[in-house]
Structures are given as C-alpha cells and as structure tokens.
Design a protein around this ligand. Structure first.
Ligand code: ZN
Length: 435
C-alpha cells in the first residue's frame, strides 16, 4: 500500500496536471471535497510471485521449414480485457481455425507459420521477451516477420497500421484483397484506408513506420531484428483527435457487451482484421521471393535524415553519403532480382537471405548504451525523449535534444556505420568490400 498526498489550495477545478485529455470536459471535484485543500490517494498493490505461460503452435513449412512467419498476441489483461487483448486473441484464433481447415484440405505452407499467445505482457512484455531471449539465435536467424495483434479492434472505421518500411507493399497488396467492415460491397480495406488516411504527395495509404515499445513486437524489433507489423481496426481518429486510445482502455468496463454494443456489433471489423492479417501471413509465407521491398527503406531513410535539425547541418553529411550509397546499392539489388533464375531454388534462397539480413543489419549489439542495451535498432527504437513511440534515429534525436555537439557527431557516426553495414549485406558476394 502506498499513500500519496497531493496538495492543492482553493478552488473546485482540479489542477492542470490532474486533468484528462478530453477538451470539452471540465475536470472538477465537489461535494465534501470542496472545502478541502489536500486529497489523500491510496493505492493498494501486492508483490506476488505468479507463474505465466506462453502457448506456441507451429504449422511446419514444406519447402522452407526453417523460415518462420509469426503471428502473436498477449493473453493477460489488466482487468477483463475484451478489447485489450481479447480482440486480438479472437482474431488470432480465427486465423488458426481457417488455416487448420485449409491444412485438412491438403494445404501445406511453403514457410513455417507460428502462432504465439504470450503471458504477462502488461507486466513488462515478460512472456515475449523471455521467449526471445531464450531462443534469440534461432529466431534471429530464421524469422521473416512478426505480426502483432493485441488491440486488434477498438473501432470499426478503418485499419491503422504500423510496420517496418519493407512490408509496405505486401500490406497494401493484402489490404486490396479484403472487404472493408460495414462498408458497401466491393469496398476494400485499401479503398477505405485511402479515403481516410492517405499521403497526398505519394497517393498511397499512410503507414507509421517503426513500432515502439507498447506491445510484444518490441523484442522482435529490437532483439530478433525481423521486419514486423502491428494493426488495429479503429474509430474515426480525425473526428476524435484528443483520444490517444479508446475511452475505456485498460478499465474494468472492457467486457463483451462493450464490444458487442458499441465497437463492433456484427464482428465485421474482427473479420476484416482476421482476413487482412491471415492474407498478409500467406503472402509472406508463400511468395518464393520474399515480398520485402527494400527500396522503401532507402526512401524512408532520406525522409528521416531530412527531418533532423542539427545546428550544424554539415554534421549530417557522412550520414547522407551513407544513405545515398545505400539507396544506390538497394536499386542494384532490386535490378538483380529481374535477371534471377526463379527455377533455381539456390539462387532464390541466396537472394532471400540477403533480404532477411537487411533489417538485422540495423541492430547495434550495444543498443543505446549500458542502460538501454535492449534498444538495438538504430533507425526505429524508442528514444529517451520518447520511450513509448519511435522516432527515426533515436540516438541522434536524443543527442540533438541534449544539445551537446560531440554527442551529436558521435551518434551520427554510429548511424553512418550501421547504414554502411546494411549496404554491404545487399551487395554481390564478391563486391562487399569497400574499394
Ligand atoms: Zn495489450
């Protein structure tokens, strides 16, 4: 038990730092409290030891059993958890049911499909991180993509997606094949997405690149180094700009009737999420050449570096040079696929292994320092100035916030080193050495 005392002198509107984020609500206290100058808040916590379990299922791939496409979600909840995480669990179980039917009818995936139900996510991503740490060598060498569900449905309007840049095209392809929930026949998830959340410059749907630390994708991003995805069927966010999440997030009101009455009455958004994630898993497991578009990374890196504001812009020159080289090598790599003998399984495997290694090449074994050694992704990781979200080049971003020139130059050097390393993984096998 912990007693916290807040002191506030006079008035009946609560102090600014006690208020929630609803702009049209006046946060007040009243009744007996009106003449009170201090409020005592008691919180009751117990320190207990509990067992928790991960439940893992694998459908073995027929041609490349040692490459995994992983779908996962946590199973624990703060309270009853009908949205977080059960909307994700229901979606994942439906995907396994459909794939199980396909299996009975003779379907065998090319690559292995894995399904993970994690324990104790809310307590600090315990289940997924323990699993990853135990099998890091196997998973680091073999996973193509981890697809996270968690809050799969908190609204029924459109799909909001976060992913690695290389998955962009495969996600768009899947979205074009899946009907949009509660919309007229023929309208796809992609059509709705373009209507609601479009990048007007590129005329493509918007995806947030980089995932963060808010769910079980964290360990896959930062320790495994696979190219990952997280999606939520959500409400009209443009209409509710002040809401960072759904109103009853993590409360005891997360019960079945909340979903049935208010969020997804006919469970069509759940259906679309299952179809979208299932189709994407199959695109990733069945395409002989892995559908990872590395040109997206080249483009995104340029965007990120242009968004960095250093007081001395020349400091960024080495990083810009490295990104330009990466871009050129990426183009050559994509060109090479056009003359590839797709009847030759060895040639395909060589090419796929290079694709697989790209995201891994962005992992700095030292992380962001001795206290943040698990934050290994040099492009997408939570930074000290924003732990929950991800910004591009977190090390550089933090250094800029701190304003110390030597630190900025040092972080730029680290990023440059890893971008050059990534370029070398894409080069022809006799040409990776710098001349
Ligand atoms: Zn959750």
């Amino acid at each position: 038990m912990k007693v916290v005392e807040f002191r506030y002198l006079g008035g009946n509107e609560v102090p600014a730092n006690w208020r929630g984020i609803l702009s049209n609500v006046a946060y007040r206290y009243g009744g007996e409290l009106l003449n009170t100058s201090s409020i005592e808040v008691k919180s009751f916590n117990r320190l207990e030891r509990k067992d928790t379990y991960n439940v893992i299922g694998i459908m073995k791939g027929e041609i490349e059993p040692d490459r995994y496409i992983v779908i996962g979600n946590h199973r624990d909840a703060w309270s009853l958890g009908s949205v977080d995480p059960t909307s994700g669990t229901a979606t994942m179980l439906e995907i396994t049911r459909v794939l199980g039917e396909m299996y009975k009818n003779g379907f065998r995936p090319r690559r292995s499909l894995m399904f993970c139900s994690w324990g104790a996510e809310e307590y600090g991503l315990i289940g997924s991180i323990e699993y990853i740490q135990e099998y890091v060598k196997v998973l680091g060498a073999r996973i193509v993509s981890y697809m996270n569900l968690d809050i799969a449905v908190n609204g029924a309007y459109y799909v909001n997606i976060k992913s690695s840049p290389v998955l962009f095209d495969a996600i768009v392809k899947a979205a074009k094949m899946v009907p949009s929930a509660y919309d007229p026949d023929g309208q796809t998830v992609y059509d709705k997405w373009m209507k609601v959340h479009r990048n007007d410059i590129t005329n493509e749907p918007k995806i947030a690149f980089g995932l963060g630390s808010a769910s079980d994708y964290f360990g896959f991003d930062q320790i495994v180094g696979s190219s990952n995805y997280d999606a939520t069927y959500t409400f009209n966010r443009a209409e509710h700009k002040n809401l960072s999440s759904y109103a009853l997030y993590h409360t005891s009101y997360e019960v079945f009737s909340l979903v049935k009455k208010f969020i997804d009455p006919d469970f069509l958004a759940h259906q679309s999420m299952g179809q979208l994630t299932g189709v994407l898993a199959l695109i990733l497991s069945e395409s002989p050449i892995l559908p990872l578009n590395i040109s997206r990374y080249a483009f995104t890196l340029k965007e990120i570096v242009n968004s960095l504001n250093t007081s001395n812009p020349n400091d960024l020159d080495p990083l810009r040079d490295a990104i330009n080289e990466f871009s050129q090598v990426a183009n050559e790599f994509v060109e090479r696929s056009k003359s590839m003998d797709i009847e030759n399984p060895y040639e395909i495997r060589l090419y796929n292994d290079q694709l697989l290694q790209l995201e891994r090449a962005f992992l700095n074994p030292l992380g962001q320092g001795p206290n943040d050694s698990d934050m290994k992704h040099i492009i997408y990781a939570p930074s000290k100035t924003s732990t929950y979200a991800t910004l591009g080049f977190p090390g550089i971003t933090d250094a800029i916030v701190n304003g110390i020139r030597t630190e900025i130059v040092n972080q730029i050097a680290i990023a440059t080193f890893f971008i050059r390393g990534a370029s070398s993984t894409l080069k022809e096998f006799d040409k990776f050495i710098a001349t």
